[in-house]
Design a binder for this molecule. Structure first.
Ligand code: SAM
Ligand code: SF4
Length: 329
């Protein structure tokens, strides 16, 4: 098991397949992009599958989510998903993506054993999309979403970050769009994880604000909290249900006490938290001949020292030097 000193057990593994991306969402990356990780530092597909196998077979991981950067840019993605879905005990296999290219790949991913997909969608307005993501790709994202639905990757989940001055007025239209198509929408509070360190608490649209905006148009009743388990979204039944909307108050309503996540970066570092300031290098260990037992032990040790919380409200809080795109969101 991957257990920390506070008794939390990590069963949900997020693996970044690349730090590269074809968008430049303002809350994540600067418009000019970033200096990408050198190719030799990236884990190969075989190395990724080896680590995921150790996690599932020896460390009690039950859910594997591939992310990035943009995971659809990784050419071996379908193969990696197929090899993950073939593990025993079978983990839940999911993908977080910006949706660009999903219209081409959704059917093969579903056939390879992918269970679910989260597509990020912050706006329904093409000009706002181009301003927020610095690329004019909204039609590709919407096509990707509908391809995921057609391929049976249900329920299709949608992630939205609202930003003041960009898309804050779109909470209601986005929820309406998702309800009409049977997608499950989650709003995520913007976190201090952008490469350009532009996050300001006073600019963040809070969970309370999001709920107030939604309640101008919908009746929201908190869903059974038992069902929420360790999932970070507070779920609300919309207009009596069964449709639901989630609000992830990572900053104002932190869920660190119930966190069950652990991450592997695209260059093979274990991170026990999005906001961790240190990492454990499994790539170097693997490439210098470590056995599966040794890798598993290193991994356990990295999780054991996980901190109690992210500490964003602590005056001494330091934003991690790796941005979200390089950690794997
Ligand atoms: N490129 C893929 C995508 O956008 O879905 C996967 C990686 S992205 C880093 C994963 C998720 O993190 C996305 O839903 C994105 O909206 C979210 N995200 C990125 N930066 C964030 C920030 N500063 N605060 C909150 N969420 C953020
Ligand atoms: Fe790319 Fe995802 Fe970051 Fe947007 S949030 S820039 S799509 S990695």
């Amino acid at each position: 098991m991957l257990q920390d000193s506070f008794g939390r057990v990590a069963t949900d593994l997020r693996v970044s397949l690349t730090d590269r991306c074809n968008l430049r969402c303002s809350y994540c990356m600067p418009p000019e992009g970033l200096e990408w990780l050198p190719k030799p530092n990236l884990l190969t597909a075989d190395e990724i599958v080896r680590l995921v196998t150790i996690a599932v077979e020896r460390l009690g991981v039950t859910e594997v989510r591939y992310t990035g950067g943009e995971p659809l840019l990784r050419r071996e993605l379908v193969d990696i998903v197929a090899r993950t879905a073939a593990l025993r005990p079978t983990p839940q296999v999911s993908l977080t993506t910006n949706g660009i290219g999903l219209s081409r790949l959704a059917a093969s991913l579903a056939a390879a054993g992918l269970h679910r997909v989260n597509v990020s969608l912050d706006t329904l307005d093409r000009a706002t999309f181009a301003k927020l993501a610095h690329r004019d790709r909204l039609p590709d994202v919407l096509e990707g979403l509908s391809a995921a639905e057609t391929a049976g990757l249900r329920p299709v989940k949608v992630n939205t970050v609202l930003m003041r001055g960009f898309n804050e007025h779109e909470a209601v239209p986005l929820l309406r769009y998702c309800l009409d198509r049977g997608y499950e929408l989650r709003f995520i509070e913007q976190m201090p994880l952008d490469a350009q360190h532009g996050w300001r608490r006073e600019n963040m649209i809070t969970a309370d604000e999001i709920l107030a905006m939604l309640r101008t148009a919908f009746d929201l009743v908190e869903d059974d909290p038992v069902e929420r388990g360790s999932a970070p979204a507070e779920l609300f039944l919309v207009d009596g249900g069964p449709a639901r909307v989630g609000v992830i108050g990572s900053v104002t309503r932190p869920f660190c006490g119930a966190c069950d996540r652990v991450r592997i970066t695209a260059d093979g570092q274990v991170r026990n938290c999005l906001f961790a300031t240190d990492e454990s290098d499994l790539r170097a260990a693997m490439r210098s001949g470590a056995s599966d037992d040794e890798l598993a032990e290193r991994w356990r040790a990295a999780v054991r020292i996980k901190k109690a919380g992210h500490g964003i409200d602590d005056p001494a809080f330091l934003q991690p030097s790796r941005p979200m795109s390089a950690i794997g969101g």
